[in-house]
Design a protein. Structure first.
Length: 594
């Protein structure tokens, strides 16, 4: 007994509370200590300042780049050869001088990689292009058709910037920014033409590629029409595009950005927080915007990253060890029990084989397995009883129905014999013989629908001798249905019921209709008469009370019960009747192999 003294209790009710108590104490202590030492708000402010500083640096680099382009454009427009060509009004007037201009421009472009191509338009509308590779194509017939032409002239030598030349140019090499200014005579300041310098988007990417070090941070530059000049610096699916944010959440954002200046805001979008920093260029109307996940921004503080990592590591180890312990003692047995219960829902009663390590699960599994064993015994007993009951009912019903018809037929033969009508007696005996030949059918319980119809014809032939003017028989039989199997002695008792309880009690002649038709996956058989019919109360007694009172209308109830038992469905027999209009009984059976 002593060797078990220091073991933990084997009861789950003690082990789980103890385990979670120690885990709770440990995690709360560590989390409280870490959260008390750090202030997430101060760290976030420093990150906000850093993001604004980043886009400010990017704007400064872009300004320097544009300033360099401005200086190079002044060097180009002040070239004597270019000035002389433009003064003549046609830049193609002297090809030798034009070649010198091309050589001079090309050397400047080689020295400055941020220039992709240069387009010179004279006052006659002629265009002269110099490019490193393939220059963007000019899409307008005349330079005056460009949307920025009038604004350029009004600037009187000051430059403007337009994304992709505002549609005046097209290129297959991605976006570019057109640096546009008026060319003026250095002596008279008169207008000589228009200069367009195209700057590729790669130049803008270089302007801030060394500034943005965080891969989770996106930075874009938008022009005055909020079109993207440079795409995002990162391609992270978890971060939404700027266009989506500006269009769907942008009334407040656009209003703040359009006011100019710089700022920072936190945006809640799709259960995720984002930090948006912005800086506006009032002169050009450009906007510099950065987007960063709120949680990612908070990790910029290195000490916080280190402490958070250690905290997550410690908590992860603690919860891993505890989860393994709890899973081994709790989750695994529960899963075994749930799987066994799922099998029960699917009709499979399987005992749980796992050996639980806890007292409670041991008792639960033992009780569950005992229940499964008891269910197996009860099911076996019920199945055997049902088989016995079904067999007895089928045999009893069939044995009772056959004499029922025989008694009536013999009575008819006796009446005819007493009347001296020997010819009709012979006919009745022959019909009766044919009937029983098919009825016996070598001991088979299943015959074809064709044989069942033949029995009905023989039966009605017998009854026609007894009741010459009492009824007429009509048949609507689809030949394709005659081959399908059916339980023997189904239609004859129904026809007998129609004759005796429907038409004969009516007092006048009537019609008995027998119909068989194909209904797709099933065969529909119908026996109808125009006799006296039945009320709802009489139908209810037949359907619900006839079992305890078999002396009345036994043929109808017995046949319906046989069909239900044999085909295993309560809906395969339908009884419709109305007082004074007759009765219709419909039997729907599945098709078998003919």
């Amino acid at each position: 007994m002593k060797k078990y003294f220091f073991k933990l209790p084997n009861k789950l009710s003690i082990k789980i509370p103890l385990a979670y108590f120690f885990i709770l104490i440990l995690t709360v202590t560590l989390s409280s200590t870490a959260l008390n030492k750090l202030s997430s708000e101060s760290a976030q402010k420093r990150v906000n300042q850093a993001t604004v500083k980043t886009i400010t640096s990017i704007k400064t680099n872009v300004d320097f780049m544009i300033e360099d382009i401005d200086n190079y454009s002044k060097m180009m427009l002040s070239d004597n050869n270019l000035q002389n060509l433009l003064r003549q009004g046609n830049i193609y007037s002297n090809l030798q001088v034009q070649s010198k201009v091309s050589y001079y421009f090309y050397n400047l472009m080689q020295a400055e990689p941020i220039i992709d191509s240069v387009n010179i338009f004279d006052n006659s509308g002629n265009c002269f292009s110099i490019g490193k590779q393939i220059s963007p194509a000019f899409n307008k017939k005349d330079i005056k058709d460009a949307s920025w032409y009038r604004e350029t002239i009004e600037k009187k030598g000051k430059y403007i910037l337009r994304l992709n030349g505002s549609g005046a140019f097209s290129s297959q090499n991605g976006n570019f920014v057109s640096f546009i200014r008026q060319l003026r005579d250095v002596n008279t300041m008169s207008s000589l033409g228009i200069m367009v310098i195209n700057i590729p988007e790669s130049a803008f990417l270089q302007a801030y590629s060394n500034v943005v070090n965080d891969n989770s941070m996106q930075v874009v530059i938008l022009d005055e029409n909020n079109k993207t000049i440079v795409p995002s610096t990162a391609d992270i699916p978890s971060i939404l595009s700027f266009k989506h944010i500006l269009l769907n959440n942008g009334h407040g954002i656009q209003q703040k950005i359009s006011q100019g200046g710089s700022g920072c805001m936190v945006l809640d979008l799709d259960s995720q927080k984002y930090i948006i920093s912005y800086l506006s260029d009032e002169e050009q109307g450009w906007k510099y915007i950065s987007l960063m996940p709120y949680g990612t921004a908070g990790m910029e503080n290195k000490s916080f990253v280190l402490l958070a990592f250690l905290l997550l590591l410690i908590n992860g180890v603690v919860f891993f060890v505890s989860s393994v312990f709890i899973s081994e003692n709790t989750i695994t047995p529960i899963r075994q029990l749930l799987q066994s219960m799922k099998n029960v829902n699917e009709g499979r009663f399987i005992e749980v084989k796992v050996q639980p390590q806890n007292y409670e699960f041991g008792q639960l599994f033992n009780g569950y397995n005992a229940m499964i064993r008891q269910i197996h015994k009860l099911l076996d007993k019920i199945i055997e009883e049902q088989k016995t009951i079904r067999k007895a009912e089928l045999n009893t019903l069939q044995a009772q129905i056959k004499p029922h018809f025989l008694y009536n037929t013999l009575d008819s033969i006796s009446s005819l014999a007493l009347s001296g009508e020997s010819e009709k007696v012979c006919g009745l005996v022959e019909s009766l013989g044919n009937y029983y030949r098919i009825s016996v059918s070598k001991g088979r319980d299943i015959i074809s629908i064709g044989e069942e119809i033949e029995m009905v014809r023989n039966y009605l032939s017998i009854q026609k001798v007894r009741y010459q003017d009492l009824f007429e028989a009509e048949y609507e039989i689809e030949d394709s249905c005659l081959k399908y199997p059916i339980l023997k002695l189904v239609l004859q008792p129904l026809v007998e019921n129609a004759l005796y309880h429907g038409i004969r009690r009516k007092g006048t002649s009537g019609i008995i209709k027998i119909a068989v038709r194909d209904s797709g996956e099933t065969v529909c058989l119908c026996v109808a008469d125009n006799g006296i019919g039945m009320s709802r109360e009489e139908i209810g007694r037949i359907l619900n009370q006839e079992k305890s009172s078999r002396s009345k209308s036994f043929g109808l109830w017995g046949t319906m019960e046989r069909i239900r038992i044999f085909y295993g469905s309560q809906d395969c027999v339908q009884l419709e009747s109305e007082p004074g209009k007759g009765t219709r009984i419909t039997i729907i059976i599945p098709k078998g192999e003919g």
